[in-house]
Design a protein around this ligand. Structure first.
Ligand code: UDX
Length: 450
């Protein structure tokens, strides 16, 4: 009897690898054979070791080095040209070894996967790493029925979503001329969507019920999130080891030792994820805002960004620690952490919400604006810091931190995050909404493999 075998093919950037790898681990936990598809460059520079997940590498034509700032459209063309041929070779290799693929779960930025899989009779699942609300907005953009310029101040009304002002929409929608290739990339995700067998969203059904139900009327959409290792959600759930794939080197020991020395519920954790670049002026305002809050802070400033810190800042007598990368889930789960100043990347948003950490949203671009709208106005799990002329000032940052850490509003936010944390635990526990969707997927693959 053949064994079901699922390939997981993430787009090779940190914010897309993390959720797909965690999803892979949940499949393994259900007893499924899983292989991760990585580019050779990524596999070489960020080694991945797992006792349960195999790796197949493919070429993107840049095996010896990926030039900094390489245009995304050129990257996608190279990935298609070289990746298609080498994924084909990998599929043949797996057939020869008696482990043919039953399904490829792929990142829809890699639009050519369904066509290739179709040639081999392999099923496909598109795995959207952003919120369902954002995916829906991008779908409307793709269909041509969402036209908006930043100058229009009118809120738009879409089924299943709250009224959204231009400032709440993803920047690829409101500033098309600033990011033409990225805008194409997010809309092209839907090009072959009618040919896929499943559409997975890394979200919690309870969090985005209305829009998921609406989308499910048109496509096989399933909420399979939150893709957070269960050991962080509830120690009773599963004893999965959190082996990951990190493009950046976490300063784990330094950071966790420092956190262990802080009082419970005292620390502000600050991070803007793997891509966002703050201006020097914004970095300075943030530095001053943190100092004014007079609380200990743990601030992740990626190595390439550290030159933007105000002169002498790291050496000054501030009650904080600046590091270049941290094990974020361990940090958010630590009882010293009371507030997360975040860009509201979708992973960070979900992680904070599911681990019960109130947020101060400082969205920078892409989907972060929409995520922060939901955090502040729909889920009530934080506030959004608003800037003047694009820069959020130190007073505003200090005020927002105080708002989520003190007083009645802070109380309300903490109640809300606890509620979401409970719902997240229920969703991934046996029989929960996410668990059932994964069970259905796994049993379908097993039936297909027989
Ligand atoms: C990007 C986009 O910004 C995001 O909005 C989109 O949804 C996915 O791609 P990124 O900017 O990196 O991602 O942010 P985010 O989605 O928050 O992902 C960052 C990931 O890196 C999270 O899983 C977080 O836990 C991890 N991280 C971040 C660390 O492990 N250590 C750190 O120091 C910072």
């Amino acid at each position: 009897m053949a064994e079901a075998h699922c390939l997981i093919f993430p787009f090779p950037i940190q914010g897309h690898i993390n959720p797909m790898l965690q999803f892979a681990k949940r499949l393994v936990h259900k007893g499924l054979r899983v292989t991760l598809i990585l580019t050779r460059y990524l596999a070489k520079t960020s080694p991945f070791h797992s006792p349960t997940i195999a790796v197949e590498t493919i070429s993107n034509g840049l095996d010896d080095g990926e030039p900094h700032g390489f245009p995304v459209s050129s990257y996608l063309s190279l990935l298609k040209e070289h990746g298609m041929a080498s994924l084909r070779e990998a599929l043949h290799r797996l057939i020869r070894c008696g482990r043919p693929a039953t399904c490829i779960v792929y990142d829809p930025f890699i639009t050519w996967v369904p066509e290739l899989a179709g040639e081999y009779g392999i099923k496909t699942a598109a795995f959207f790493t952003q919120s369902c609300a954002v995916d829906y907005i991008y779908h409307r953009l793709y269909s041509g029925d969402l036209k908006i310029g930043e100058e229009e101040e009118k809120a738009i009304e879409l089924p299943g979503l709250p009224p959204l002002l231009p400032a709440d929409l993803p920047s690829f929608v409101t500033l098309p001329e600033s990011y033409p290739s990225l805008r194409d990339m997010v809309t092209d995700q839907f090009k072959h969507i009618e040919n896929v067998d499943w559409v997975f969203c890394n979200t919690l059904y309870e969090l985005e019920k209305e829009v998921i139900d609406f989308m499910a009327e048109h496509a096989p959409v399933k909420a399979i999130g939150p893709t957070i290792p269960s050991m962080y959600l509830d120690r009773k759930l599963a004893d999965d080891t959190d082996y990951g794939l990190s493009v950046f080197r976490p300063e784990a020991r330094l950071c966790m030792d420092w956190l262990n020395r802080q009082e419970p519920g005292s620390v502000i954790y600050v991070s803007f994820g793997s891509l966002a670049k703050l201006s020097e002026a914004q970095t300075a305002e943030l530095a001053h805002g943190l100092k004014r809050s007079k609380r200990p802070f743990l601030w992740v400033v990626r190595a390439a960004e550290q030159g933007k810190l105000p002169e002498g800042f790291a050496a000054e007598e501030v009650p904080g620690l600046v590091i270049s990368w941290c094990p974020q889930l361990d940090v958010l789960a630590h009882d010293a952490v009371a507030c997360f100043v975040t860009h509201c990347g979708w992973n960070s948003t979900l992680e904070a919400l599911c681990l019960g950490v109130p947020m101060v949203g400082m969205p920078q671009w892409t989907d972060q604006t929409t995520n922060s709208k939901f955090v502040a106005d729909v889920w009530g799990t934080g506030v959004r810091a608003v800037g003047d002329g694009g820069i959020v000032g130190r007073e505003s940052i200090e005020k927002c931190i105080r708002e989520v850490m003190e007083g009645e509003k802070g109380e309300e936010i903490r109640k809300n995050v606890s509620k979401w944390k409970e719902l997240a635990v229920a969703a991934v526990s046996e029989g929960g909404s996410s668990d059932r969707n994964i069970d259905d997927f796994v049993s379908t693959l097993r039936r297909l493999a027989v």
